[in-house]
Design a protein around this ligand. Structure first.
Ligand code: AMP
Ligand code: GLY
Length: 419
């Protein structure tokens, strides 16, 4: 069996790594992949070039394509593949709207009684200011671009001045282009944040273990938002009761609602949730695996991933549930100096050969040249390990990190610490 993985980050390396352990798989392609994906052959096609990717899959008899990032899904990669009879795992373009349009997602949640923060949608600055000044939301308030903005489109604003600046950036200055054609003003929800992920064939659900990512750049949840600086699985905030509540009040109504609206959702449904005093509420939906949550999750997966993804791609519920390790897993992102702002590339990475064998390094922004690895992105490496408890997993990961070095390298020291 030949499998194509679309994307180039740490999430995709974790998928490639897990897929390579599947016995029917004899060949893995990664488009465009990264320098550290030794399990795969790299294909020089970008993740957004959906027609070229379909051509490649057809010409090379790829049996299954697995899509990592949201952009190709939003562009309709699944529809393009299915039109040509090619098997692909992920939601169709109409289903991917759940992530591609935050306005669609919010209005969908209103229609189906799925708990989320109160909100308004505005298209011009003056109406936005009027809503802020009505006092309906108070401060802090959250302002979000409707469309995809590389994870940077949601701004938590602590006062009126910041909120007006956010409206100005999105609506007048169009910093995210047409993604800011419509803007959401949303009530700020205090609470603990978690990631909740399932695999679904559109009707049935394959549960995935819980996880939590750490979004802020610096220790103690300070500094700017990033794509995620580390993750743990399971998430200790989610007990069995809460798990059932999230499934019943959020996940099932979402999957059912999408089916009712003619947008059958097949793939990974990832809900970013805030655990509030009134119960779990949705901050956003993603229509793909989380990054860096996937790196922690794949370490704990015992079952064959390909079998499940292939049957879901055909709209069939897999015969077997996934089996998971009871151990705790953890991954820490090593980032380039300056990330999530401006950073330099091309720094030599040293010490990877000294990482012990019970620690897995998933590559993200790396290049391989003449026997050496160099940095090539903001999030460079994910150092991951399992342990009988968080302390053991933390100590394996952090002692391995001490062996790795590149100029400007920074990382959070508190991944897996829960207050
Ligand atoms: P989103 O892109 O909607 O996931 O938002 C990015 C980040 O902003 C989230 O991970 C939260 O940390 C924060 N956020 C978004 N919406 C809210 C909200 N309504 N209340 C509090 N924090 C929020
Ligand atoms: N870790 C956040 C995300 O994948 O969107």
């Amino acid at each position: 069996m030949k499998v194509l993985v679309v994307g180039s980050g740490g999430r995709e390396h974790a998928l490639v790594w897990k897929i390579s352990q599947s016995s029917p798989v004899e060949k893995i392609y990664a488009a465009p992949g990264n320098g550290g994906m030794k399990e795969a052959e790299r294909v020089p096609i970008s993740a957004h070039e959906i027609v070229s990717l379909a051509d490649f899959a057809a010409e090379n008899d790829v049996d299954l394509t697995v899509v990592g990032p949201e952009l190709p899904l939003a562009l309709g990669i699944v529809d393009e593949f299915q039109k040509r009879g090619l098997r692909i795992f992920g939601p169709s373009k109409p289903a991917a709207e759940l992530e591609a349009s935050k306005v669609f997602a919010k209005e969908f949640m209103s229609r189906h009684g799925i708990p989320t923060a109160e909100f308004d949608v505005v298209t011009d600055f003056a109406s936005g200011r009027e809503i802020l000044d009505s006092g309906k939301y108070g401060y802090p308030v959250v302002i979000k671009a409707d469309g995809l903005a590389g994870g940077k489109g949601s701004l938590v604003c602590s006062d009126r001045e910041e909120a007006l600046r956010a409206l100005d950036l999105l609506i007048n200055k169009r910093v995210f282009g047409t993604a800011g054609d419509r803007v959401i003003i949303e009530k700020f929800l205090p609470g603990r944040e978690i990631s909740f992920t399932v695999i679904t064939d559109g009707k049935n659900i394959v549960p995935i273990v819980t996880s939590k990512d750490y979004k802020r750049a610096y220790d103690g949840d300070r500094g700017p938002n990033t794509g995620g600086m580390g993750a743990v699985s399971p998430c200790p905030y989610v007990d069995a009761n809460l798990y059932v509540k999230i499934m019943d009040s959020i996940v099932r109504p979402t999957i059912r609602g999408m089916l009712e609206e003619g947008r059958e959702f097949r793939g990974v449904l990832y809900a970013g949730l805030m655990l509030t005093e009134e119960g779990p509420m949705v901050l956003e939906f993603n229509v793909r695996f989380g990054d860096p949550e996937t790196q922690a999750i794949m370490l704990r997966l015992r079952s064959d991933l390909v079998e499940v993804l292939a049957s879901v791609a055909e709209g069939l519920i897999p015969e077997k549930k996934l089996e998971w390790d009871r151990e705790v897993s953890l991954d820490v992102v090593l980032a380039s100096g300056g990330y999530p702002g401006k950073y330099e590339k091309g720094k030599e990475i040293k010490g990877l050969e000294d990482v012990p064998s019970d620690v897995v390094v998933f590559h993200a922004g790396t290049e391989y040249r003449d026997g050496k690895f160099y940095t090539a992105g903001g999030r460079v490496l994910n150092v991951a390990a399992k342990g009988k408890d968080l302390e053991e997993a933390r100590s394996k990961v952090y002692s391995a990190i001490e062996r790795i070095h590149f100029e400007g390298m920074h990382y959070r020291k508190d991944i897996g610490v829960f207050q």
